[in-house]
Design a protein around this ligand. Sequence first.
Ligand code: SF4
Ligand code: SF4
Length: 144
Amino acid sequence: MILPTDNKKLTQYKQDKRDIFMATMITEDCINCGACEPECPNQAIMEGNEKYVINPNLCTECVGFYGYEMCQDVCPVVCCIPNQLLRESEETLYERAVKLHGDDSLPPKEELSPETSRFRNPDWENEISDFAEPAEDYTEYWED
Ligand code: SF4
Ligand code: SF4
């Protein structure tokens, strides 16, 4: 994927792609093993037509549950990776987790730790590629 170098065009590009891009994505390297699906605390992963897909409305990068992205941790080919086009803040991801699970199921925001937020995990590391993109257009799999 070749990204626009002009800032204005890049911003527009991100807006145009917002519906199919998410903070964590599954790339075309997916071998459809299914290992990630049951491990996601938000049930954000499902089998797509070609590869497994992540619902961006449900993914929290595991904030509130783990100090790393569990899907990447279990993936044998490391194809659940951060999307460089859409980085979301811990606050945004935490608020999504609260919306999905309620306050009672999560630690308070001020008590997020290296074990429950990758933003606070000094050992967090993840594969990053400026060129990777989702394996397919995910929009057909969910309404909102
Ligand atoms: Fe699910 Fe976490 Fe992977 Fe997002 S990063 S899809 S919340 S396992
Ligand atoms: Fe695909 Fe990795 Fe999930 Fe297996 S664990 S289905 S290879 S994304």
